[in-house]
Ligand binder design. Structure first.
Ligand code: HEM
Length: 191
């Protein structure tokens, strides 16, 4: 499928999700940052649990190698804050095509995954900003946003390789799932 079209068709959703995260503010306080992490944790964790249990067989290993919720918990500890909600269940019913047995399940799953994996790109900019305004040492309190660190580019290219192989006739399913996943994320951040 055409990945430029995916990026273009989800640009508005990216912007609206980005706008509810105050992370790039010049005067971001540690309290605000901790608040973001505490909201982020259940969103990311619930997706990862769902993904581990429900990944299409050929994507299980990819999913296993891309777990990052633990980094948020680690960051909260470094910042002397308590972890966020541990009990949230991923609202799979909010993402079209993620019903088990749906004919384009794999395409929809990859659409949701695109949102989580793409967030590692912005994460690199966010991490540098956090280090600057909050005086964090690299990876100490911003491990989640540092994410795959120097491997970010290669992890993203590998994922794009998988995504690019989705047949064009399933592109609409990928895009619909990605849009819904941005919304799940945005809702989690504003709850
Ligand atoms: C303050 C918050 C955010 C900022 C500043 C930000 C910034 C960015 C930037 C600069 C890129 C392009 C990076 C590049 O091409 O090298 C990007 C890509 C992306 N971001 Fe974000 N982002 C933010 C939040 C998020 C969140 C919360 C999500 C997901 C829930 C997300 C999902 C994505 C995706 C999927 C892409 C890949 C777009 C593509 O190339 O197809 N971003 N972001």
């Amino acid at each position: 499928m055409n990945l430029e079209r995916l990026r273009a068709e989800t640009r508005a959703e990216h912007e609206s999700t980005e706008s509810v995260m105050p992370l790039m503010q010049a005067e971001l306080s540690q309290e605000q940052y901790v608040d973001v992490l505490r909201k982020l944790y259940p969103v990311v964790r619930s997706w990862e649990q769902f993904a581990l249990a429900n990944a299409p067989a050929d994507l299980t290993e990819t999913i296993q190698g891309r777990q990052r919720a633990g980094l948020i918990a680690q960051d909260l500890k470094v910042l002397n804050a308590t972890a966020g909600d541990d009990a949230r269940v991923f609202p799979a019913e909010s993402v079209p095509g993620l019903e088990s047995g749906a004919p384009t399940y794999r395409a929809s799953f990859l659409g949701a995954m695109y949102v989580m994996e793409g967030s590692t790109l912005g994460g690199q900019y966010i991490a540098r900003h956090l280090e600057e305004v909050l005086g964090l040492a690299q990876g100490k309190g911003d491990a989640y946003f540092r994410g795959y660190g120097e491997h970010t580019g290669e992890m993203w290219r590998a994922f794009k390789g998988v995504l690019g192989e989705v047949p064009e006739e399933q592109a609409d399913s990928v895009i619909a799932a990605a849009k819904a996943m941005f919304e799940v994320f945005r809702e989690g951040m504003t709850a």
